[in-house]
Design a protein around this ligand. Sequence first.
Ligand code: PAF
Length: 258
Amino acid sequence: MPGRVAVVPTMGALHDGHRANFRRAAELADSRVVTIFVNPLQFRPNEDLDKYPRTLDADLAMCEAEGVDLVFAPSVGEMYPDGREGLTTVHAGPDGEILEGASRPGFFTGVLTVVSKLFHLTRPDVACFGEKDFQQLAMVRRMVRDLDMGVEIVGVPTVRESDGLALSSRNVYLSEAERAAALAIPRAVRAAQASPDPLAAARQTLEAEPGLDVDYVAVRANDLAEAPDRGPARLLIAARAGTTRLIDNAAVRIGDPR
Ligand code: PAF
């Protein structure tokens, strides 16, 4: 692969959010690799591994249209040739146990292990991840620093539908009524961004929507530490519409929304 190499790890079912990652990668490198792998290690037994959308032909068409140089779409057997029993894994630090990690135990071990493998397999100089998975982005940054992986990690802003819903491969699961309820999430983001108390504003908006089951709503520092008393911070939300779990996050300011 000539020159500087960027990798964009994905689980496929590509949408405009992934497209934004591919385009950012083009600005940062001479060659781009996209990986497509639905990683069983980051799904719990009761989660949607089997029904996770798999759209390889459409994904390959998008990669081709975007001028991606190489798509790496291994099978589970190729990624875990000795099986998953007894596998050497990457264990996240304590930040892997809050928020997504508290709701989905083992999730970040699954993510960091596969991202580490994908980095070793593709040897990138830079890797692009969507900010929509804000905690994942922070955990990958931390892993790269802690384990001296020498890969530059770049976050790409969340892409939203015109009504504000963050793009996600899981949005295809939503019925019309669930999608309408899900719009309370971007509403909560906007309310939080306009309020000096972003947590209370988001919580109030989410609680007013009976079609949503809130998993967590939290405000943390940008590095996931406890939120500061004032100033810039990050709002993070996870909620279920029907059986579909959605996450979102946004920059907020505590004490002074501006
Ligand atoms: O964000 C995702 O799609 C996945 O968690 C990732 C980073 C591709 C690892 O499987």
